[in-house]
Design a protein around this ligand. Structure first.
Ligand SMILES: Nc1ncnc2c1ncn2[C@@H]1O[C@H](COP(=O)(O)OP(=O)(O)OP(=O)(O)O)[C@@H](O)[C@H]1O
Length: 572
């Protein structure tokens, strides 16, 4: 799929720039809606005046009905614009959320964050949500607060300049107080977010290491620490909520003082002893406009809170938003003709004792290579050498080019890797597979025989799977990870033990799907050797050495391989 390159993902303005067309719709509908909102007080005033005139028999009742109908039509139009605006803002937020998530997933795919990547990403995703929510509120409130306030203010000034200034004096006062309290709101929110984050980490740690803590007698100490953190979290969340919840009514109350002045001076205007000569309509319109304006002041404070919250989250995700590696990829995957290992000796960095020697293999497009051997013989090592997480001597050649001569970005165009740990995100099944791309998730679920199981879930592919995919079984987690790998498959696919948690019948079905893939070389590291007779070549690692050939030849020539196969069959 094509995705426009993010200009500077570390700048928040870039995310607005991308959505200029939809923001244009927001602007037009937002302006009509909010300027139209000022029509409400105008019509209310006219209706009050009309009612008064009707009672005094100055106008016929049909005139009032006409006015009421016109009011309904105008309000209906304004509401249509409101719906269009809200819908467009949602689209803007969805696009932005997708773009940010995509960058995060990209960072996950291409950068090493240690073993904690899954939970790091899960926290980052929740930050993206708060950040986008802040951007959405900002975009909404620019119109619903900013524009509408200008419209109301213009109306007030039109009716009585002096009274407008007098009554509106209290509005800047509310802002001033909001500004003074700003630091406290941010501080309380930051403390709350930090406490929440620590609690999340501790919860995860408590679940993951529950057994270890129990066995080593540390369970009580851990529980104690956890309870303490929970109390801290409750305390900080309460303070943060008090700041957020209590401030709005305070701003409202201050801003509403102006009403007293309007009733007094406006009353004088109606009695024709004030600054202006008003009728009932003017008084009602002025009062309604002011009340609406004052209410909007509190929205401005809300907007400020939302932006502050978004900023806290943005600061945390910003470092992850850089380097959109995806954008360096070519649109089409390159074509693989041959992958060759030529006299390769591979070993983990700084651990020559792990070396596996004599790796010689030439694989062609469309082949599946089975890699096996005893436990801890170095099967993963071969895949790790390909993604440069392990060292090697000799040559690994992709279409004749030495792997070490390729830049990390270029190398990434060639290889997709699925390791032991599925590293699933606390997100939906669909998002875990698509990682922000527009893909037909159904076809990938089918490839890994997960389509029926997912269809039976209440939300189907949109089902949320919890941290690390904990609401799924081990086999399901493995198949979601495999679907993700296949959904982003490059010409060389490395699958390290992808079937360890699935039954043999399912394994066979998935293997049939893998066999039907065109244009790939698949390296399949596995202990499960029953399918080996169906594979194109076998790499057998034994005692730090590698033997390559087809299954039948190895079986007849290599006694250790024979033993392994017999053992495998025995265990199957
Ligand atoms: N990052 C590492 N650094 C150093 N040594 C490692 C590292 N990872 C694994 N090893 C060691 O290297 C050897 C080969 O490990 P590797 O995981 O490649 O084997 P494997 O055949 O894939 O294992 P398994 O049968 O468990 O899948 C083992 O002795 C292991 O302890």
């Amino acid at each position: 799929m094509t995705q426009k390159k993010t200009r500077d993902p570390k700048k928040m303005s870039s995310y607005f720039q991308y959505e200029i067309p939809i923001l244009a719709v927001v602007t037009v509908s937002g302006l009509i809606y909010n300027v139209g909102m000022a029509a409400g007080p105008y019509f209310q005033g006219q209706l009050v005046q009309g009612l008064y005139d009707l009672l005094k028999r100055k106008i016929p009742s049909s005139r009032l009905v006409q006015l009421a109908l016109l009011y309904i039509v105008v309000i209906a139009l304004v509401q249509v614009c409101r719906a269009v605006k809200r819908f467009s803002v949602r689209i803007f937020a969805n696009h932005t959320s997708r773009r940010m998530r995509r960058l995060l997933y990209n960072a996950l795919l291409h950068r090493h964050f240690g073993d904690d990547s899954g939970s790091l990403m899960t926290k980052a995703i929740s930050d993206v949500d708060s950040c986008v929510e802040g951007m959405r509120k900002f975009t909404t409130e620019v119109f619903d607060t900013g524009v509408v306030m200008i419209a109301y203010l213009a109306m007030l000034l039109y009716y009585d300049v002096r009274l407008t200034f007098l009554a509106c004096m209290f509005t800047p006062m509310a802002y001033l107080i909001a500004n003074i309290l700003k630091k406290q709101v941010v501080k309380a929110n930051r403390a709350y977010k930090e406490s929440e984050s620590t609690l999340n980490t501790m919860t995860l740690d408590r679940i993951v290491h529950a057994m270890t803590y129990r066995v080593t007698g540390r369970e009580q100490a851990v529980n104690g620490r956890y309870e303490k953190q929970l109390t801290d979290y409750e305390h900080k969340s309460a303070i943060s909520n008090i700041f957020e919840g209590a401030l709005t009514p305070l701003y409202d109350a201050i801003a509403m003082f102006g009403i007293v002045l309007i009733i007094y001076f406006g009353g004088r205007n109606v009695l024709h002893i004030g600054w202006k000569a008003w009728n009932l309509a003017s008084f009602t319109t002025f009062l309604a406009c002011f009340t609406n304006l004052a209410t909007k002041v509190s929205h401005a404070a809300k907007l400020f809170n939302a932006v502050q919250k978004a900023q806290v989250s943005w600061v945390r995700i910003k470092p992850l938003m850089s380097d959109p590696v995806y954008d360096h990829y070519q649109k089409e995957n390159p074509v693989i003709n041959e992958l060759a290992f030529d006299q390769v000796t591979a070993y983990y960095h700084g651990h020559p004792e792990t070396a596996v020697k004599d790796i010689n293999l030439t694989a062609a497009s469309g082949q599946i290579i089975g890699i096996t051997g005893e436990v801890a013989c170095g099967k993963s090592l071969l895949g790790k050498a390909l993604i440069r997480e392990a060292d090697y001597q000799g040559n690994i050649l992709i279409n004749g080019t030495e792997l070490k001569e390729l830049s990390p970005h270029a190398a990434h165009q060639w290889i997709t890797y699925m390791g032991h740990d599925p590293m699933l995100l606390s997100d939906s099944i669909k998002n875990n597979i698509c990682l922000g791309d527009d893909l037909d998730v159904g076809s990938y679920l089918k490839m890994v025989c997960l389509d029926e199981e997912v269809a039976s879930l209440q939300d189907g592919p949109d089902t949320l799977i919890g941290n690390g995919g904990m609401t799924l079984s081990g086999g399901q987690q493995q198949r979601v990870a495999l679907a993700r790998t296949l959904a982003h498959a490059k010409p060389i696919i490395v699958l390290d033990d992808p079937f360890s948690a699935v039954d043999q019948a399912t394994e066979q079905k998935i293997l049939d799907q893998l066999k039907s893939l065109k244009g790939h070389i698949i390296l399949l590291m596995t202990h499960r050797v029953d399918c080996f007779s169906q594979l194109d070549q076998i790499v057998f690692i034994n005692d730090h050495r590698v033997f390559t050939g087809n299954h039948a030849d190895l079986l007849s020539q290599n006694k250790d391989y024979q033993k392994l196969i017999e053992g495998g069959k025995h265990h199957a």
